[in-house]
Design a protein. Structure first.
Length: 364
C-alpha cells in the first residue's frame, strides 16, 4: 500500500514519515515538498537527509498547487500536511494563503475525486476557533469568529473537504492541530524562541500580561493522532481536535521554560498582537473515541527534548560526513559544535545534557 504525504520534510510531516518508515507501515511513502523558505531551509534539508536513508521513501520536489503526482502514483492514502503557516505572516501576505492553502487543497481534491483514495487526511488548525470564548473547544462549535487570513484559509480547506465528500463521496478527515512543538520544530514558534533566548541570556518578548493560554501538544502525540486518522474507516467527512487537553497561560509557559533551562527569563512586555487569539483548549473526547488518540507527553518533558535537540551545522565539515544519532527517540544530526548553538565553541559548557563539561551529543 502507498501513502502520499505533502509537506513531508516540514516539522510534523518529517516526524510522520519517519514513524511510518521506521515501523514499515506502508510499502512506499511518497513525500511531496517544495522546500519553501518560510523558515531556514537547511532545517528541511536535514529532515530530507534523514528520510532519504529509508529505501522505500520517494521524495518529489513539487508545489501542491500544480503537482499531478496523485494522478501518477495513485496512492491508497493521502495525508495533506503542506500549508503556508503563520498567523502574523498571513496578515501581511493574505493572498499567498489563498493560493497555497486553498488552491493547493483543491488541486489535490480534484485528483482524489478521480482516483478515490481510501482516505484523505488533511491538516486544519485550532485557529479556526478564532476568538471563541467557550472552552474547551469542541468540533461542533461555531467557527465563524476567525481572526486571521491563516485561520480563514484553514476554514476554507474544511469547507472544501466537506464539499468533496458530499459531491464525490470521498472519505475525508480534517485534523485541527493545537500548538504543536518538539524536536525539529519551526524556529518561529514560542518553544524554540523562548528556550533558546532564556538559555542564552537573551530577552524574550511577552505579548500582553501573560494571561493568554495555549494547548501545547507534543509532536509524537500528534503523529499518533494522524496515524489513527489514516487508519480510520469511519467514512464520510469528519474533523477532530488533536490537542493535549491541558492548556497553560503564557506566564506558566515561561515559568516552565525557566525551570527546564535552569535560568531566569529576561522579559520585555508589549501589547497583544493583531491576529492572535486569547486562548486555545482542545476537547479531545471525539478523537479519543474514534481514533484512539491519547496524548501522554507533559510539557516539561517535551521542552527538555526541545532543549536537547537543535540542528547546528559545522560549516567547515562536509555534509556527507555528518552523522545521525538517536537521542530520546529522535534522530539528531551530530556536529562538533554545541547542540544548542549558543556559542559555536567546541568546549562549550552550556550543552544539554552536560557530562563533565563535555558534549554527550555533539562530540564524536
Amino acid at each position: 500500500m502507498k501513502i502520499l504525504i505533502t509537506g513531508c520534510v516540514g516539522f510534523i510531516g518529517s516526524h510522520l514519515c519517519e514513524y511510518l518508515l521506521e515501523n514499515r507501515l506502508f510499502e512506499e511513502v511518497i513525500g511531496i515538498d517544495n522546500l519553501d523558505p518560510y523558515y531556514d531551509i537547511s532545517i528541511k534539508e536535514n529532515n530530507l537527509r534523514l528520510l532519504n536513508k529509508f529505501p522505500n521513501f520517494i521524495f518529489l520536489k513539487e508545489d501542491i498547487v500544480t503537482t499531478k503526482y496523485i494522478e501518477k502514483y495513485k496512492p491508497e492514502i493521502i495525508c495533506h500536511l503542506a500549508s503556508l503557516a503563520g498567523v502574523r505572516n498571513s496578515l501581511e501576505n493574505p493572498k499567498n494563503y489563498c493560493r497555497v492553502n486553498i488552491e493547493g487543497m483543491i488541486n489535490l481534491l480534484e485528483q482524489a475525486k478521480i482516483y478515490k483514495p481510501k482516505n484523505f487526511v488533511f491538516a486544519s488548525s485550532s485557529s479556526v476557533y478564532g476568538t471563541n470564548q467557550k472552552v474547551p473547544f469542541k468540533e461542533i462549535d461555531n467557527i465563524d469568529n476567525i481572526n486571521s487570513p491563516y485561520a480563514a484559509s484553514k476554514k476554507a480547506m474544511e469547507v472544501y473537504g466537506q464539499l468533496y465528500n458530499q459531491l464525490y463521496d470521498l472519505d475525508i478527515i480534517g485534523l485541527r492541530f493545537f500548538t504543536v512543538y518538539g524536536p525539529r520544530g519551526r524556529p518561529d514558534m514560542a518553544p524554540y524562541k523562548f528556550m533558546n533566548a532564556i538559555k542564552n541570556d537573551l530577552e524574550i518578548t511577552k505579548y500582553g500580561k501573560g494571561d493568554s493560554f495555549r494547548d501545547y501538544t507534543y509532536v509524537s502525540d500528534i503523529v499518533q493522532g494522524i496515524v489513527g486518522a489514516i487508519n480510520s474507516r469511519k467514512g464520510g467527512f469528519e474533523v477532530y481536535n488533536l490537542g493535549n487537553g491541558n492548556p497553560i497561560t503564557l506566564n506558566e509557559f515561561i515559568s516552565t521554560c525557566e525551570k527546564v533551562s535552569g535560568k531566569t527569563a529576561k522579559i520585555k512586555e508589549i501589547e497583544n498582537q493583531q491576529g492572535d487569539v486569547p486562548g486555545t483548549y482542545a476537547c479531545i473526547e471525539k478523537a479519543n473515541t474514534d481514533l484512539g488518540y491519547n496524548p501522554t507527553v507533559k510539557l516539561d518533558e517535551g521542552l527538555k527534548n526541545v532543549l536537547a535537540y537543535k540542528y547546528v551545522e559545522n560549516k567547515s565539515k562536509k555534509e556527507e560526513n555528518s552523522k545521525f544519532r538517536n537521542y530520546g527517540g529522535y534522530s539528531v544530526l551530530v556536529t562538533e559544535w554545541c547542540v544548542l548553538g549558543d556559542c559555536m565553541q567546541s568546549e562549550c559548557h552550556h550543552c544539554y545534557p552536560v557530562k563533565n563539561v563535555k558534549h554527550e551529543l555533539c562530540k564524536e
